[in-house]
Design a protein around this ligand. Structure first.
Ligand code: GLU
Length: 408
């Protein structure tokens, strides 16, 4: 990819990446023997906005195995197909606070605590359509490819290495099978899961995949809807609580973005409605998170105010202009911007007292870009709220030439 010095976001990523190089600590994962061959110094980062514009620095085009970063995306596919209630009968939604490969099953139900630990991820993959491991893997792979917007390969050596050494994961599969939560045989589930973990991605791919969650399920580069808005929201919610192994609570405070890491050195992070980030650096800390990946995301969050719970400044008033007819009978409010619940509440509580009891209130939505569902409901209820109540007979006119109030 040619270096574009006119891309200020890329320059920012270059700085973040250079700063992260001071971190020499951590070690490449070697419990899957083949992973030990990764280049410990590889370092890349990519950011893709919800408009589909990619910015990248360092080894953002170098392929590595996706490992556990596949878990939220496989979960998203299952949620999209079956919904949260059906999937939750098999896999829970609670942070386990335990390592990724823990034998962590809810005592009463036998369900794994969440889909981000191995037990929950194996169950999730077992639920996907297909009778054989190959068929299930084909569903996962096609899904991951739609998230990434390109065809993805498999690292056969990593797959063989994990298949040869993955007895702990097989044990987890047998346990969930005996508890009645696994959707296939243990062998089918683990083989499909091992292949899923061996899919090759780049930091750029991860950024596009994360951006697809950020948009609410539409890949912003290809324009394809990959999953429903509900599935995207549920997935990001689980990533928020459980995505960073047993460091998820610290991550939520220090970075504050839904994220998932993998032992191949990748991390995805999402700023809902804004962008997705993918990072790659194979040296891991004691909990299995990429040391430099965490450092880069901490720096970005801290220096650029990206924490999703950061206090936002008061938005511009949603009432752009207010006028009243000469006879005082008609009050016209020109609204503007993006109207969510708080904006609708401001419009209604500020305007209601200004309108004469027998007057007309015109709300002009011509300059409004979008109206959220709660705000739409409030505006739609307005005629009933202000209408014929005791001696008030206020007429309400919703002037909405662009149809921004349409319920979907
Ligand atoms: N394939 C790896 C395993 O199941 C993934 C682990 C991870 O990335 O956390 O052990």
């Amino acid at each position: 990819m040619p270096v574009d010095l006119r891309d200020p976001v890329r320059l920012l990523l270059d700085t973040v990446l250079a700063d992260a190089r001071v971190h020499e600590e951590g070690a490449v994962a070697d419990y899957i023997p083949e992973l030990a061959n990764a280049d410990p110094d590889a370092l890349g980062i990519a950011l893709v906005s919800t408009r589909g514009v990619p910015h990248e620095a360092g080894d953002s085009g170098v392929e590595f195995t996706i490992q556990s970063v596949s878990k939220p995306f496989a979960y998203a596919l299952a949620l999209d197909l079956f919904g949260i209630d059906a999937v939750s009968e098999h896999v829970g939604l609670e942070p386990s606070g335990e390592p990724f490969n823990a034998i962590s099953l809810d005592e009463a139900s036998g369900r794994p605590m969440n889909p981000m630990i191995n037990a929950g991820a194996i169950v999730t993959t077992s639920l996907l359509p297909g009778a054989t491991a190959d068929e299930k893997f084909a569903v996962v792979r096609t899904g991951l490819e739609r998230f990434a917007g390109r065809e993805l390969g498999v690292d056969e050596a990593v797959f063989a290495s994990e298949a040869a050494t993955g007895d702990r994961n097989r044990a987890l599969a047998y346990l969930t099978r005996s508890a009645g939560t696994l959707g296939s045989t243990a062998e089918v589930a683990t083989t499909a899961y091992f292949r899923q973990c061996s899919v090759l991605v780049t930091a750029r791919d991860l950024a596009i995949m994360a951006a697809t969650l950020a948009t609410g399920g539409v890949n912003p580069v290809t324009g394809e809807r990959v999953i429903s808005e509900d599935a995207a929201r549920w997935t990001m919610a689980v990533m928020t609580g459980c995505g960073m192994y047993d460091a998820s609570g610290t991550w939520l405070v220090r970075v504050g973005l839904p994220a998932k890491s993998g032992v191949g050195g990748g991390i995805v992070a999402v700023q809902p409605g804004q962008f997705g980030i993918g990072t790659f650096s194979p040296r891991l800390d004691a909990r299995g998170n990429s040391v430099r990946g965490v450092a880069m995301l901490e720096a970005l969050s801290r220096d650029h105010g990206l924490h999703m719970l950061a206090h936002r400044e008061e938005p511009l008033s949603p009432i752009g202009a207010l006028s009243r007819s000469d006879d005082g009978m008609e009050t016209v409010a020109a609204l503007r911007g993006e109207l969510r619940f708080a904006a609708a509440e401001e419009v209604l509580t500020r305007l209601a007292p200004l309108v004469r009891d027998d007057g007309t209130l015109v709300l002009d939505f011509s300059s409004v870009t979008s109206v959220g569902p709660a705000a739409t409901r409030l505006f739609r209820a307005l005629p009933g709220l202000l209408g014929p109540v005791e001696d008030r007979h206020i007429q309400v006119v919703l002037h909405d030439p662009e149809g921004v109030l349409d319920d979907d």
